[in-house]
Design a protein around this ligand. Structure first.
Ligand code: ATP
Length: 236
């Protein structure tokens, strides 16, 4: 479904992503794990069209993404829930969710209403806080809102950037339950995580990114059992 081939991204002289290739198949949950600064966020933002790669190709269902603006990429069915949540703090929960649907082609009220209900079903707390300003939600609630907003675009491919960042263990469990459920319902997911243990538990396959390069890849269970991964990322 998604394929990156030898993608390089640089910020001036800093080579953040140094020629990575990866694939995500339809209905797969693929994890991209790695330490701080490995280039995970840069990779997701490049797929979303927020950065242009210096070289390499990114294709989605056979279409080249590297020349498309971000809104066109959302229009193709790719949505990202960004790291650090980046919801609109002064807008209400409802307004944030509505913005997620802004690029949708089917704008009929029934479809939007059904998708809102789906978000409320996944995250009931959002329904209770519809009128509350996004910036006054707790960290976990903001994360839920960021994922809910991405879901309002009805993505076929969901890009999740460190959804567990800064959350209490109970909340991490809750968010990962929802990710597993989205996968079960047919959404294809590329999940960036520093919490490698939990990511490898729910992913089908994973890639390990180290200073801009993929150093290991394979079925998630195999990677979880790999001594090098265990030492570096699982605290083994
Ligand atoms: P983390 O888990 O800490 O968020 P990451 O794996 O997502 O890390 P990136 O945010 O992609 O890593 O950063 C990769 C590298 O690119 C880092 O060395 C970072 O300092 C650098 N970088 C990221 N954004 C910029 C920028 N706007 N200008 C210059 N350098 C940047």
């Amino acid at each position: 479904m998604l394929s990156l081939s030898d993608v390089r991204v640089a910020y001036g002289a800093i080579q953040a992503v140094q020629g990575i290739s990866l694939d995500v198949g339809e209905r797969e949950l693929v994890a991209l794990i790695g330490a701080n600064g490995a280039g995970k966020t840069t990779t997701l933002r490049t797929i979303s069209g927020l950065f242009r790669p210096r070289s390499g190709t990114i294709s989605y269902e056979g279409q080249d993404l590297t020349t498309l603006p971000p809104h066109a990429i959302v229009g193709l069915g790719i949505a990202q829930a960004p790291e650090g949540r980046q919801i609109f703090g002064s807008l209400s929960v409802r307004e944030n969710l509505d913005l997620g649907a802004i690029r949708r082609r089917d704008k009929d009220r029934a479809a939007l209403g059904a998708d809102l209900e789906r978000v409320f079903d996944l995250f009931p707390v959002l329904k209770e806080r519809l009128g509350q300003a996004g910036g006054t939600l707790s960290g976990g609630e903001q994360q839920m809102l960021a994922i809910g907003r991405a879901l309002m675009a009805r993505p076929r491919l969901l890009l999740l950037d460190e959804p567990s960042l800064g959350l209490a263990p109970l909340m991490v469990g809750r968010i990962f339950e929802v990710i597993a459920r989205l996968k079960a319902e047919g959404t294809t997911i590329l999940l960036v995580e520093q919490n490698a243990r939990t990511a490898l538990e729910i992913a089908d396959r994973a890639y390990v990114l180290e200073t801009g390069r993929i150093t290991l890849s394979g079925p998630a269970q195999e990677l979880a059992a790999n001594p090098a991964v265990e030492r570096a990322y699982l605290g083994g």
